[in-house]
Write a protein of this length. Structure first.
Length: 516
């Protein structure tokens, strides 16, 4: 896979930046890299990049003279405010110029003032005010498909003394250290994974000494430790973190050696619980071994083991999962653990809550569907009894965000095409391009928009359907709808390493225009 990356900066990034890029992306991806140096902080690059650029990393630094001018005049009230507003406008001018010229995702690293020597005489208050005001102003102007990175937070994690190289600053205008540039490159790779949908989707949680302290079967609901203070606080804080993952689209499941009724009682009645029963897509709570229960979770949710992360405090349980289900990522839980291990979840910045709630209701009612299937005479009878309703319609602008999310997250029933919101908007405006949204409901729940398609001329350029809707003939209805309206001859296809069955199935009778 070839990835086109450009870096725009008013400082020198080499010799470390390109080497770090090729290292973090690995040998399986071909990196085409272009560095554009802007001598002035607020100007438009004359050098042209290829239109096919995928990612544009903008790393502009407020130089000492500009930053110090802000600091010295910061007490002048309206004068300082005017200078800050001008900095926002000039930054936005560069951003808008890049948006007009290129379709690639912009990764803008925010301004920071840690390198200013005036901190020794003025303190930190004014520096924070200047950079934060500029960053907030620019962030509000950016499109949602682009990303604004908090460089100040990254430097804080690295440590100011480790983030800068004073010698290189004066040798060749390269103020950031090798360590800082490597962290910046890792952030670019993170955003690549987010956009590509290369992500863990499901977090599987043990209960005892993970969601709460103590053994529920021995100590009862009144004896477990869980609350906003004392020994129960680490567990409640972990639940808050997990709930944040849920709100960003991560599927939650519980796998615990316990009585199901007792566990659900804690979810329903304990005042210290942050997670709610409705947040959990699947409970596998019994006295069976955990690898087998994780297999059942994968079957019920219809997701692969490589999309799962299992958290447990027991080294024996974790080792059993490692040995029997090596594709499942495991994270050992500790009350004082760092959450750095959860960086395997590459989350979109925003996921609509009604989408998450509909998805969970679908998973939670799958038991009723399985019961219906078991009682049906055959598969056709099962499909009829589900009373499936499929609404396929021309996509409207309000749905573009959801369609983009589907293209980014779907890896199984998809032709592999990924779109940002901006790309959908641009293509939908073309006369010969048609976008379709696919909404599905059945007798048990409303799944919402779970599919997307795009046709350009006689080519099916986009086809994706969430795994939640598989096994209900929806993909066939989508193809029938498209074929009734368009004379499709070819289908664009990009391998995700999981969509080969689709290529051999309903795509089997078409010429596949394969992209790599």
């Amino acid at each position: 896979m070839e990835v086109h990356i450009a870096a725009i900066s008013n400082i020198v990034l080499e010799p470390f930046f390109e080497k770090a890029l090729r290292s973090v992306f690995g040998p399986e991806r071909t990196i085409t890299y272009q560095y554009i140096f802007l001598p002035e902080i607020f100007c438009i690059p004359d050098e042209m990049m290829p239109e096919s650029i995928d990612y544009i990393a903008v790393l502009m630094q407020l130089n000492d003279s500009i930053l110090n001018e802000f600091l010295v005049n910061s007490s002048a009230g309206d004068i300082a405010e005017g200078r800050i507003e001008k900095a926002v406008q000039e930054s936005a001018r560069l951003y808008n110029a890049l948006k007009q010229r290129y379709r690639g995702k912009i990764i803008w690293f925010g301004y920071e003032g840690y390198h200013s020597d005036f901190k020794y005489v003025l303190g930190h208050v004014y520096e924070e005010y200047v950079t934060d005001q500029i960053n907030c102003g620019l962030r509000r102007l950016m499109e949602p498909e682009d990303v604004f990175i908090d460089l100040k937070h990254m430097i804080a994690e690295i440590g100011i003394n480790n983030a800068y190289d004073i010698k290189n600053k004066y040798r060749w205008n390269s103020p950031y250290s090798k360590t800082a540039l490597e962290h910046i490159v890792e952030e670019i790779h993170k955003q690549f994974l987010v956009r590509q949908g290369v992500t863990k989707k499901c977090l599987i949680l043990d209960c005892d000494n993970v969601l709460w302290g103590g053994i529920l079967s021995e100590e009862g609901i009144g004896g477990i430790r869980l609350g906003n203070s004392g020994s129960g606080r680490p567990y409640q804080d972990f639940q808050k973190f997990v709930q944040g993952l849920y709100r960003h689209g991560v599927i939650l499941a519980v796998c615990s050696r316990n009585d199901l009724s007792s566990v659900k009682m804690v979810f329903q009645e304990h005042s210290g619980m942050v997670l709610r029963e409705e947040n959990i897509a699947c409970f596998q709570v019994n006295w069976n071994n955990k690898p087998d229960n994780i297999r059942r979770i994968a079957e019920k949710l219809n997701i692969g083991f490589d999309s799962m992360v299992f958290v447990d405090d027991s080294p024996l349980e974790l080792e059993a999962v490692r040995a029997l289900l090596p594709e499942v990522a495991v994270i050992p839980y500790s009350r004082y653990m760092s959450y750095e291990a959860f960086s395997c979840f590459n989350l979109r910045s925003h996921t609509e809550q009604d989408v998450i709630e509909r998805r969970n209701r679908t998973y939670q009612t799958d038991g009723l569907r399985r019961q219906l299937k078991d009682n049906a005479m055959d598969y056709a009878d099962y499909i009829r009894s589900l009373d499936i309703k499929v609404d396929i319609h021309r996509a409207c602008p309000a749905e573009y965000g959801r369609l983009s999310e589907l293209t980014q997250r779907t890896n199984q029933c998809t032709n592999g095409k990924r779109y940002t919101i901006a790309e959908i908007k641009e293509r939908a405006a073309l006369e010969h391009v048609f976008f379709y949204s696919v909404a599905v409901s059945d007798r048990f729940s409303d799944l919402g928009i779970v599919g997307a398609a795009e046709v350009e001329g006689r080519t099916l350029t986009l086809f994706c359907l969430s795994c939640r809707a598989l096994g209900r003939e929806v993909e066939n209805k989508m193809m029938e709808h498209i074929m009734d309206r368009h004379n499709i001859e070819t289908i664009d296809f990009v391998s995700t390493n999981k969509n080969d069955k689709l290529a051999a199935g309903i795509f089997g009778g078409f010429h596949l225009n394969r992209h790599y």
